[in-house]
Design a protein around this ligand. Structure first.
Ligand code: FAD
Ligand code: AMP
Length: 478
């Protein structure tokens, strides 16, 4: 007799594992299918995010930043360090331990919540049945009242630079270098390219980023992207905009990359090349021909605003569906779907998904940019506050960047918070909380903020929206 569950989730990334835990918490019998195994061949839950994405990249970003500080930034505090060295395998090993802790933590959470963890490849058949192909090749058919597809995404590969996992790597390979490459090329100045480029640049690599577009960080507010370009360039990242990679040739331990820019065809040689040109949804062997689930023209599983597919009782969440490819977006979709299965009317606010780039300074925003709002014909008031005027930032010797708050000129409702600077990710979250509750700039300005904190920069930027900042000259007069 085949097993039967209220909910079967395919994929145990931040979309799938969160959905599975929530479903079990709500009293639904739940199984989660995952096939990913670690280097030791053991089932590793947590998906891209925990294994080869958010967490390992942040581990390397933190280690490399500490190295940079010890080497170049401690002296100002009066600290003498002598020679500072980086043991790259130790750094990469620390990252691996963090990953192991977290992925085994998901297995523990599954046990604690009563989620049945099934190892193997899941494929949706007609009639909400799921075919599970186990590691030994045997096949089991599982029946489900509801199926949640959470198969995630994988790096896009481009014909001009095929990944060989030696000289040319994708984001996963770039988390595993055992030595610092002397000349490192990065194709794509997106979030992943900038974060990984920063890691190896801080450790001494000479990093060149080749970006096909003429505009840097197009999704960010222009004031932020300009500041980011200036700062990252100053840190040593050579970011070439309008540079489209057209070919590459690996010669032994190096690769000669060809790209075209405004001056025609160029070549440049690297010791390692990271291809970071985006990610695409994983739907390989996910759907039987008669499953009834449709794929949109860009290859994503087609879903409505509530993540329902074209088949009743089958849902899809996270990177495999439209929208931002972010772990927190995937998780919240998982929760929304499960609560709706239970009959709740849960909605997800897609307008308030924060974006973060974990460079230094961090870059983060929530809501709309000034340019987007103006294009929509919305009149806005803008308040900014530079960290150069923040006592807390000065104490930390971390004064680059600013907070920018954008409010509707008529209603004063906050429509966007954009931060480049220390702890930008945490500050933007405060903006997001306020915006979820419909805060006005005046509301934020009236709140009491602890002193001295970086958060005061958000307070002052909110005050500046209506010309009331205290610690910086106001552009707008009351
Ligand atoms: P995934 O995490 O991709 O998980 C899908 C899982 O499904 C995988 O484990 C896969 O093995 C499994 N699977 C697929 N098909 C099947 C099948 N048929 N049967 C069984 N199992 C299957 N996002 C952030 O929000 N913040 C960050 O800082 C951040 N940093 C990142 C850094 C890097 C280097 C990368 C690559 C990504 C980063 N992301 C970040 C993006 C984030 O990792 C993804 O948005 C997130 O993991 C998507 O979650 P998901 O559950 O949809 O899919
Ligand atoms: P993201 O999608 O945010 O990860 O960013 C990927 C970036 O890679 C985008 O900004 C693309 O413009 C860029 N890109 C894609 N293909 C190429 C290419 N052949 N050469 C240079 N940049 C590219």
């Amino acid at each position: 007799m085949s097993q039967k569950f209220d909910v079967v989730v395919i994929g145990a990334g931040p979309g799938g594992y969160v959905a599975a835990i929530k479903a079990a918490q709500l009293g639904l019998s739940t199984a989660c299918i995952e096939k990913y195994t670690d280097k030791e061949g053991k089932l590793a839950l947590g998906g891209t995010c925990l294994n080869v994405g958010c967490i390992p990249s942040k581990a390397l970003l933190d280690s490399s930043w500490k190295y940079h500080e010890a080497k170049d930034a401690f002296a100002i505090h009066g600290i003498t360090t002598g020679d500072v060295n980086m043991d790259v395998p130790a750094m990469v090993g620390r990252k691996a331990n963090i990953v192991k802790n977290l992925t085994s933590g998901v297995a523990t959470l599954f046990k604690a919540n009563g989620v049945t963890s099934l190892q193997g490849h899941g494929k949706l058949l007609a009639g909400k049945r799921v075919e599970l192909t186990k590691p030994d090749g045997s096949v089991e058919i599982i029946e489900a009242e509801n199926v949640i597809l959470a198969s995630g995404s994988r790096p896009i590969d481009i014909p001009p630079a095929p990944v060989d996992n030696n000289v040319i790597v994708d984001s996963t390979g770039a988390l595993e270098f055992q030595t610092v490459p002397k000349r490192l090329g990065v194709i794509g100045a997106g979030v992943i390219g900038l974060e990984l480029g920063s890691v190896w640049s801080r450790l001494g690599a000479q990093v060149t980023v080749l970006e096909a577009l003429d505009t840097f960080l197009m999704a960010a507010d222009t004031a932020v992207s300009k500041e980011a370009y200036k700062t990252l360039t100053k840190q040593g990242l050579d970011i070439k905009l309008g540079a489209r990679v057209t070919g590459s040739k690996v010669n032994g331990d190096e690769v000669v990359v060809t790209y075209t820019d405004a001056n025609g065809e160029q070549t440049i040689t690297f010791d390692k090349l990271i291809v970071a040109v985006g990610r695409r949804p994983v739907t390989t062997e996910l759907l039987a021909a008669d499953s009834g689930v449709t794929i949109d023209e860009r290859g994503f599983v087609f879903v409505d605003d509530h993540c329902a597919t074209s088949v009743p009782g089958v849902y899809a969440i996270g990177d495999v569906v439209r929208g931002m490819m972010l772990a927190h977006k995937a998780s919240e979709e998982g929760i929304m779907v499960v609560e709706r299965i239970k009959g709740h009317k849960t909605e997800m606010n897609y307008d308030l998904i924060p974006s973060v780039i974990y460079t230094h300074p961090e870059i983060a925003w929530v809501g709309k940019t000034e340019q987007a709002l103006k294009a929509e014909g919305v009149e806005v008031n803008v308040g900014t506050f530079p960290f150069a005027a923040s006592g807390r930032a000065m104490a930390a010797n971390d004064t680059g960047g600013f907070v920018k708050v954008i409010a509707d000129a008529k209603t004063d409702r906050v429509l966007g918070v954009h931060v480049i600077g220390p702890s930008a990710a945490e500050l933007v979250q405060q903006g997001a909380i306020g915006m979820e509750f419909g805060t006005s700039a005046e509301d934020l300005g009236m709140m009491v903020f602890s002193h001295p904190t970086l958060s005061e920069a958000l307070h002052e930027a909110a005050l500046a929206v209506n010309g009331g900042a205290i610690h910086v000259a106001n552009r707008k007069k009351r």
